[in-house]
Design a protein around this ligand. Structure first.
Ligand code: 8DG
Ligand code: MG
Ligand code: MG
Length: 147
């Protein structure tokens, strides 16, 4: 059978903010195994970034996304894997529709569970792409809407 050529994929990832806290979960996945990462996943055909973010948040945490806006984009090649991957990642900043809603873990094979972590005391290790953003402060520098 003919080998398919690898292609870049598009991901949408969410900084879900509540006051000075951000929602993170420890990954169970070949990319970033055991590291703390943001909710998010692959953009599906025909979706807007917001639709993708809201769908992934619901699938992964059961939470309903409220207002969201665009933060930044990264272009990342993961070469250290047996199967190299290339992702264009759209980062959104979002709040919950109901700030009191509690995260669930409907995909326990993909994540150990979700929790809120204080921005000044983030868990380690963080998923490499978050570390590399250097400005993990990014969402809070633009934080007005999340208050
Ligand atoms: P899906 O099947 O639900 O569509 O996808 P998924 O299983 O939820 O995808 P994912 O691995 O969670 O996210 C897609 C890619 O996005 C991931 O393999 C690498 C990239 N990515 C980053 N940073 C982050 C991050 O902080 N969180 C998540 N979830 N993905 C990230 O570069
Ligand atoms: Mg997903
Ligand atoms: Mg995911």
């Amino acid at each position: 059978m003919e080998e398919t050529q690898p292609v870049p994929r598009v991901g949408v990832v969410l900084f879900v903010l509540k006051g000075k806290s951000v929602l993170l979960g420890r990954r169970r996945a070949s990319i970033g195994e055991s590291t703390f990462a943001l909710p998010g996943g692959h953009l599906e055909f025909g979706e807007s970034f917001e639709e993708c973010g809201a769908r992934e948040l619901m699938e992964e945490t059961g939470l309903v996304m409220g207002k969201a806006d665009f933060l930044t984009v990264t272009n990342k090649v993961f070469l250290d894997k047996s199967k190299p991957c290339h992702y264009v990642i759209i980062f959104l900043r979002a709040v919950l529709a109901d700030p009191n809603q509690v995260p669930q873990n409907p995909e326990p094979d993909k994540c150990d569970g979700w929790d809120w972590y204080d921005w000044d005391n983030l868990p380690q290790p963080l998923f490499s792409t978050l570390d590399e953003m250097g400005g993990l402060a990014v969402p809070f520098n633009l934080t007005k809407r999340s208050e």
